[in-house]
Design a protein around this ligand. Structure first.
Ligand code: AMP
Ligand code: ZN
Length: 479
């Protein structure tokens, strides 16, 4: 197997991946800020993290993966206050939608899903530690982090902090590099907004302290991997490093992996441009979850992903080809024996697939290896040069592929139905389809072609396409 190498934002290098404890990976992912429905850009980053965790698991690592839900930040506090509801009540709908979306996109649940609001005490303890070490100062009921006291500030995002005036402060959770300042660890209550009574005074946590406190609680002082979208590198991750390393004196995370942003048709996604999509927007237009997952996963995470509807269609067609190949392996009738060289060809596909993912999760390379093999195997099958004895190894390769990409197993219809798309009276189960196909086969045997045509049409009307193969078997797929 190829050595795994990941690009580390901290060092700017692509390095061999070696976790602290052999066979185990402690990984932290900044989850969504649940103030609204997450969009396809967010899922570009969450799908990258899913590919990462699935690949590490495939390579035999035990994962301790923590993902938080940011259910308190400036936007949530303001929106909850405007709606006169509690933070929990305001965020619950978006938390549930996020869980549903992840399931729909086959994003595996991390070992720990945690909410920021369940960890206020841990944040307070961490702030107290920073107070003891004099990394903080107060002002109007808030507590700020003194970045001048942490000379390594800027090492992740490579910003130059020499010109920053000591004592200048920023209160917003999100700000640009140009506004790098001492940032708020704890914010004084504002009239009408939610706050907590704590030993460091009344108020609420800043966004950055949440992740430091939660990550170290579940993973220890030093994490193996910390991930997020590239926009989080500054200020969020820079501030996480400053807080955590000042408190513990140890490195906070060994590998920092950041996904490039997604654009839509070449432009930054925004509601005003009308190019802003949630998953539900796309499912409402009839696109399938597997196609979206594949479109998001197929572009290596450090390359900018230009999302287009054409790309989404291409992803759907690629999945069809893979599913047809899986069906062919399952139902095709092949000559006995095995073809010389075929098992080596399959092994090469598996090795190339692994080499692609080992190379900083180069999904495009892993996909190319898979497509090449599927194309060659299909040609071999057409020529009768693929035999029964080769089936199991090819199926095993496809199963390995799907442990990471998770698109060959067809469960789109069930997922869409669970989200409320497609009416249940029109939705047809696999068992019903098989039953109707058997009826059609019987009718054809009896040469009752009007009946067999009627069944075919009924299936077509319900979105099922039949393909009669030369050997008399029938394959089907959902449109
Ligand atoms: P947020 O809820 O804003 O904290 O974002 C959740 C995750 O989505 C973070 O890792 C962000 O970096 C990431 N993200 C936000 N916008 C995009 C985008 N357009 N493309 C890729 N990732 C994004
Ligand atoms: Zn975070």
């Amino acid at each position: 197997m190829t050595e795994i190498r990941f690009h580390n934002t901290l060092t700017g290098q692509t390095e061999p991946f070696v976790p602290q404890r052999s066979g185990e990976v402690g990984m932290y992912t900044c989850g969504p800020t649940v103030y609204d429905f997450a969009h396809i850009g967010n899922y570009r980053t969450f799908v990258f993290q899913d590919i990462l965790r699935r690949f590490l698991r495939l390579r035999g690592f035990r994962l301790n993966h923590v993902m938080n839900l940011t259910d308190v930040d400036d936007r949530i506090i303001a929106k909850a206050a405007a709606a006169s509801v509690s933070i929990r009540d305001y965020t619950q709908k978006f938390v549930q939608a996020f869980f549903d979306d992840c399931k729909t996109l086959s994003i595996e649940a991390p070992e720990h899903w945690i909410r920021a609001t369940d960890h206020i005490d841990d944040m307070v303890v961490l702030i107290q530690k920073l107070q003891e070490k004099t990394y903080t100062y107060g002002g109007e009921g808030s507590i700020y982090y003194r970045i001048a006291k942490f000379p390594e500030y800027g090492k992740l995002s490579k910003i130059d902090v020499t010109g920053i005036q000591a004592g200048a402060r920023v209160d917003n959770d999100r700000y640009e590099k140009e506004s790098a300042r001492d940032f708020a660890l704890w914010k004084a209550p504002k009239p009408g907004e939610h706050f907590w009574e704590t030993p460091i005074g009344p108020g609420r946590p800043g966004w950055h302290i949440e992740c430091s406190a939660m990550a170290m609680k579940y993973l220890g002082d030093t994490l193996d991997i910390h991930t997020g979208g590239i926009d989080l590198a500054f200020p969020h991750h820079e501030n996480e490093i400053a807080q955590s390393e000042a408190a513990t004196g140890k490195p906070f995370a060994r590998y920092w992996m950041h996904a490039e942003h997604l654009l839509v048709e070449g432009e930054k996604m925004s509601k005003s441009l009308g190019n802003f999509f949630t998953l539900r927007d796309l499912f409402g237009k009839g696109y399938k979850p597997s196609a979206l997952r594949f479109a998001l996963a197929g572009v290596p995470y450090r390359r900018q992903l230009n999302f287009t509807f054409e790309g989404l269609q291409q992803a759907a067609s690629a999945i069809d080809r893979l599913r047809n190949f899986a069906d062919r392996l399952k139902t095709g009738k092949f000559p006995q024996g095995s073809v010389p060289g075929m098992s080596e060809r399959i092994k090469k596909a598996a090795d190339d697939f692994d080499a692609g993912l080992s190379d900083d999760l180069n999904t495009a390379m892993a996909l190319a290896a898979t497509y090449d093999f599927v194309r060659e195997a299909n040609i071999a099958m057409d020529k009768g040069e693929f035999r029964q004895g080769d089936v199991a190894a090819a199926q095993e390769f496809l199963a390995t592929f799907d442990k990471v990409f998770a698109v060959v197993a067809d469960n789109d219809a069930e997922k869409l139905q669970a989200l409320g798309y497609g009416n249940s009276s029109g939705a047809i189960t696999d068992a019903e389809i098989e039953k109707l196909i058997a009826e059609r086969q019987d009718a054809r045997k009896r040469r009752e072609f009007a009946t067999s045509d009627r069944v075919r049409k009924e299936l077509a009307d319900r979105g099922i396409i039949l393909e009669d193969s030369k050997d008399g078997t029938v394959r089907w797929k959902r449109k």
